[in-house]
Each structure stands twice: as structure tokens, then as C-alpha cells.
Design a protein around this ligand. Structure first.
Ligand code: ADP
Length: 555
């Protein structure tokens, strides 16, 4: 027997019509490429998104067509999120920090028919346009007529002006209804291992994920919140917050292109921001700025940190110096991205000091809708005892089933689990802790050493700005950890002193075999350490040192 309830598909257009009808006065505030502040209400977002959908129709964009964006977090990008997906086309956000070659590869793979770009990417557009001739029909610069750059585009590729398109379109458009499983947006992994792969989100998965992150034990946005997504709209849909914000009636404060500490602190205070989300490097930059300038954060209550392991000092420094609660989250492009969030349970809510911190630094527990487990090298499931580490697998309604262009289900094992490529432990309370990427784990004498844990401890030394642990070949132990460190500006590194920070914090056999001071460490387009490049460079370091020094093994 079927239930007798209304059958309303979960569509992205419903989020913005809801926001316009019921939170019409809530604002979207954007720092623009031109430098000024733009502000308007959700009613305007909805109205202009409808005009955009009409303009896309006029440009012959059909259901399922991919429409690419090269844009910062701002109001026009938000209109593209709703206008493109709302008319059943696919909003393909591109990471502008990728190389021109990668962008061409991604746009060809996706088969994008239009490209919307901010004026600050005019040079990048020119660098890729020639190689997309015959595929991309038009480049739409996200600006008004006065700010249109003159671009050399190949023949057959029109140069259009966003504001002219919006002005020329009417508002008679009615958001269409369709199957909620239709594709809504597309995001490529940043290709730290091999070529980037497309993850194709559906309306249903995006809506369920937006509901999930709105729960009180996840990001938990409220109508009274003024939320600043530092995490870019060009990577994993800014963690779903451009959907969750309007869903909850929260105000969105869009930071544009400048994400340095001074710009963020200024915007947070000026716009009375209550919550924010971003990767650890951004928060380290903000912290450095606040400490150096003496500026305070007057309204920020909580920040969500994910994308890489959040160093313990960020939890402590923001809480004690600025009264801001830092919350840890885990996810990946393939999980929309939120797969785990660290919120208290009755068993740990009353803990204080060290005991509390030991829980807070973990990546978190699953929200309803996601399941997770760890398995060993043979695929056997491991206990959730907080001790054993294994390959982390997930499944759920917003986990990818196949990469773009591949057969549904092809990214899953026979039981429907998706292998994350992360190595983690899960404790009896369900808190998952990432110990490594599968490729980065150090296998010393058959035992695993967590590179993330060793890196986090290294950065707790006051002279260390950044640290990376790589597996170096070792004649006896197979692999041993090698510590690469970048000194803080104006400081020099005493290698022995750095090694002393490990005392009592990890087993003795985890201690790095050597410390190498480097000027800088390479990063991916999403700000993560490029471990593969470091491994290639330092793989033989210990063996070479041994030959040079004529000693045998450990330093
Ligand atoms: P990429 O940036 O390579 O495209 P994603 O943005 O999808 O990839 O990043 C996913 C990966 O980032 C995860 O598999 C995990 O390794 C890492 N990651 C994300 N959040 C955390 C976290 N809180 N702690 C440690 N690692 C994390």
C-alpha cells in the first residue's frame, strides 16, 4: 500500500522559491571583484535566477546540458547555482586554481556548452578558449557592460555580457518540475592522483545533503545566522552551504576573491558574521592576522573546519583568544562533501581539558544518511575500538555511485560501499579519526604510522610554520617517516628541538628518522599538500644520507 502523502520531488528550485516566499528579506551580501559590497534579498536572487533560466533557454541550453562557471563566492555565482540547476541543466563549477591544461581536460570531459566567468579570469578564459572551439558556444562574462573585458575568442564562440542577458530576459519563467534524480551540478576532484574525475550530484542528493548539514549536530544554520562561506563555491558546492543557507533563511556573506586574514576579519566584523566554514590554512591565516594586528572578532560564534586535518592549536587558539568554537568536519568531493561532523554526545559532553580535546580533534561521527566502516587490506571489517586503523568506506544518499561518464554503481563494491582512499579509526562512540590517505600512510616494519598525526604535532612547535611527513625508503624497516618543515618567518629551525615535541605524544618508533628544512611545500589547487611530488623527491633521502654518512640506518 502506498502512502497517501503529496509527492513533491526534491528540487533545487524549491529551495530558492522557499527562501523568497518565507525568508524574502534575508540578505545575500557579496564582496565583488570590483571591490565594492553588493547586497540584495532572497526575493531578488529568485527573480534574477528565473531571468537567468530564461536567458539560458534563449541560448538553447537544454535539460542535462552542462554550463560551466569560473567564479568566486558571490551573488551572480549563486544565481547560476539556482538558474542553471533550476531549469534542469547542470551547473559545472570549475576550480580556477587548476592549470589551463586541466581546465581544458575537465571542460572537454564534461562537454560544457557555455562558460560563465568572472572578469578576473579573463586571462584564463583566453588561455583555454582556443582548445574549446567547436564545443563551447559562448563565454558569458559575469559583469555589466561597462566592465566587459575585450577578449580574443575563436570564431563560433560568442562573448556575452551577464547583466545584458538578465536585463533582456523576462520574469515569466515558471520553474519546471522533473525527476529529483536528475543531475543538478558537477564537480571534478582535484586530481591529486591521476586525471580529475567528475562527480555528478542530483537534485535529490543535494537537497538531502542540505537538510543533513542543517541539523543541529552538523553545521546547523539558523535564520538568525549570518554565514560566511570561505570554502569556495567552485569546489564541492561550498560544502552545500549555498543550498542550506536559503533553506534555513540564513543570510549569506560572500567573500569574493580575497581570503587573506585581514580581508576576512574586516568582512566578518563589518557584516556581523556569526558562522563560517573553510580549510585549516584559511583559519591559520586569519589567526596570524588577528594576533599581529590585535583585531578581535566581535560576532563570530562558530567556524567549521574541514578539507584537511584541523591542527589542535586552532581549536585552542580560537576558543581562548577569540571566543570562537572550532568544529571539525570530514568529507570529500564524492560525498557532497559532508560525511562526518564532530558534535558532542552525552558520553563526552561534560569532558574538559585534555579529555575533551582528545574527542574534538577527531573528524567526527556520521549524520543520519551516511554509514561508514573500516576494513583491512583483505577487505575484512575492523572493530570500532578507536585503536585499529583501516581503509575508510562510506555509503549513503549523497555518496557518489560512479564518476561522470561511467556506469552507475561502478565506483562501489559489491555491497555498495565507496572506498574513500582514507585510512581511519572509529571509536566505540562512532567518532572517526583520519590517520592518513591510503597512499600516504607509512608502513614501517609492517606497522602503520600516521603521517597526519606526526604533522600535527610538528606544527605545534613555535618555529614551525608548516610540516609534511613522507615515507622514505629504509633498508631495514621498508619505510620510515621523514619530516619536512618550513620555518616561520624570522625563525630558524633547531632539528633536535623539533623532534623533542614528539616526546610522550607518540610511540618512540614513530619518531621521524630525519628532519629536513625546506623553503616551501607544494600544494594542490585545493590547498592540500602535494604528497606525491614530495614522495618522489624524498623517497630515497634516508638511503642517500646513509651512503653519504657511511652509517647504518637511523640518524
Ligand atoms: P581533492 O581536494 O583532492 O579534490 P577533496 O576535496 O574531495 O579532494 O578532499 C577529500 C579528502 O580530503 C578526503 O578524502 C581526506 O583525505 C581529506 N580530508 C577532508 N577533510 C578532512 C579532515 N577533516 N581531516 C583530514 N583529512 C580530511
Amino acid at each position: 500500500m502506498l502512502g497517501l502523502m503529496q509527492d513533491q520531488p526534491l528540487l533545487i528550485s524549491h529551495i530558492i522559491t522557499h527562501a523568497a516566499r518565507h525568508h524574502g528579506a534575508a540578505e545575500v551580501v557579496s564582496k565583488t571583484v570590483e571591490g565594492g559590497i553588493h547586497r540584495y534579498a532572497y526575493t531578488d536572487v529568485e527573480r534574477r535566477s528565473r531571468r537567468l533560466a530564461r536567458a539560458l533557454q534563449a541560448l538553447d541550453v537544454r535539460a542535462g546540458d552542462r554550463v560551466a562557471t569560473l567564479a568566486w563566492n558571490g551573488y551572480r555565482h549563486l544565481e547560476l547555482y539556482y538558474g542553471v540547476s533550476g531549469m534542469a541543466a547542470v551547473c559545472h563549477t570549475i576550480n580556477p586554481r587548476l592549470s589551463a591544461d586541466d581546465i581544458v581536460f575537465i571542460m572537454r570531459d564534461a562537454g560544457d556548452v557555455l562558460l560563465f566567468a568572472e572578469t578576473s579570469f579573463a586571462g584564463l578564459v583566453e588561455a583555454v578558449a582556443e582548445r574549446l572551439a567547436g564545443q563551447v558556444r559562448a563565454v558569458v562574462m559575469m559583469a555589466d557592460r561597462d566592465r566587459m573585458p575585450s577578449l580574443a575568442l575563436p570564431s563560433g564562440m560568442a562573448l556575452l555580457c551577464y547583466e545584458e542577458l538578465i536585463a533582456a530576459a523576462d520574469e515569466e519563467y515558471v520553474w519546471p518540475g522533473f525527476d529529483e534524480r536528475m543531475a543538478a551540478s558537477l564537480c571534478y576532484t582535484s586530481g591529486t592522483t591521476g586525471r580529475p574525475k567528475g562527480v555528478l550530484y542530483s537534485h535529490r542528493s543535494s537537497l538531502l545533503h542540505a537538510y543533513a548539514i542543517s541539523m543541529a549536530d552538523v553545521i546547523g544554520l539558523r535564520a538568525v545566522d549570518r554565514f560566511l562561506p570561505v570554502v569556495p563555491m567552485f569546489h564541492v558546492n561550498a560544502w552545500g552551504t549555498p543550498y542550506a543557507g536559503p533553506m534555513c533563511g540564513a543570510t549569506l556573506v560572500m567573500p569574493g576573491r580575497h581570503l587573506d586574514g585581514a580581508s576576512l576579519a574586516g568582512l566578518m566584523n563589518d557584516e556581523r558574521v556569526s558562522m563560517s566554514a573553510g580549510v585549516p590554512t584559511v583559519w591559520l591565516g586569519l589567526l596570524q592576522h588577528l594576533r599581529a594586528s590585535g583585531q578581535l572578532l566581535h560576532t563570530v560564534q562558530r567556524i567549521t573546519v574541514g578539507g584537511s586535518a584541523c591542527p589542535r592549536m586552532l581549536f585552542e587558539a580560537f576558543a581562548t583568544e577569540y571566543g570562537v568554537r572550532v568544529e571539525h568536519a570530514w568529507g570529500m568531493t564524492e560525498t557532497s562533501p559532508v560525511g562526518a561532523y564532530n558534535a558532542p554526545r552525552p558520553s563526552n559532553a561534560q569532558l574538559t581539558g585534555e579529555a575533551a580535546m582528545a574527542v574534538r580533534v577527531k573528524q567526527g561521527r556520521v549524520p543520519y544518511g551516511i554509514d561508514m566502516r573500516i576494513v583491512d587490506d583483505t577487505g575484512a571489517t575492523l572493530p570500532h575500538d578507536g585503536m585499529r586503523s583501516g581503509h575508510l568506506q562510506v555509503r549513503g544518499a549523497w555518496v557518489c555511485s560512479a564518476y561522470f561518464g561511467e556506469a552507475p554503481g561502478s565506483a562501489l563494491d559489491a555491497e555498495g560501499w565507496f572506498a574513500t582512499g582514507d585510512v581511519a579509526s572509529i571509536d566505540a562512540d562512532g567518532y572517526m579519526e583520519i590517520t592518513d590517505r591510503s597512499k600516504d600512510v607509512i608502513k614501517s616494519g609492517g606497522e602503520w604510522i600516521s603521517s597526519i598525526q606526526l604533522e600535527n604535532i610538528a606544527v605545534s612547535h613555535p618555529d614551525v610554520a608548516e610540516a609534511a611527513i613522507v615515507a622514505a625508503k629504509h633498508p631495514k624497516w621498508d619505510e620510515r617517516p621523514l619530516l619536512l618543515v618550513v620555518a616561520r618567518p624570522g625563525r630558524s629551525i633547531d632539528k633536535d628541538a623539533v623532534l623533542r615535541v614528539y616526546e610522550g605524544r607518540v610511540p618512540k618508533w614513530w619518531l621521524p628518522d630525519a628532519v629536513v628544512v625546506v623553503d616551501e611545500l607544494p600544494h594542490t589547487a585545493t590547498g592540500k599538500l602535494q604528497k606525491a611530488a614530495l614522495r618522489a623527491r624524498f623517497r630515497d633521502y634516508l638511503i642517500e644520507q646513509e651512503l653519504l654518512n657511511g652509517n647504518s640506518g637511523k640518524e
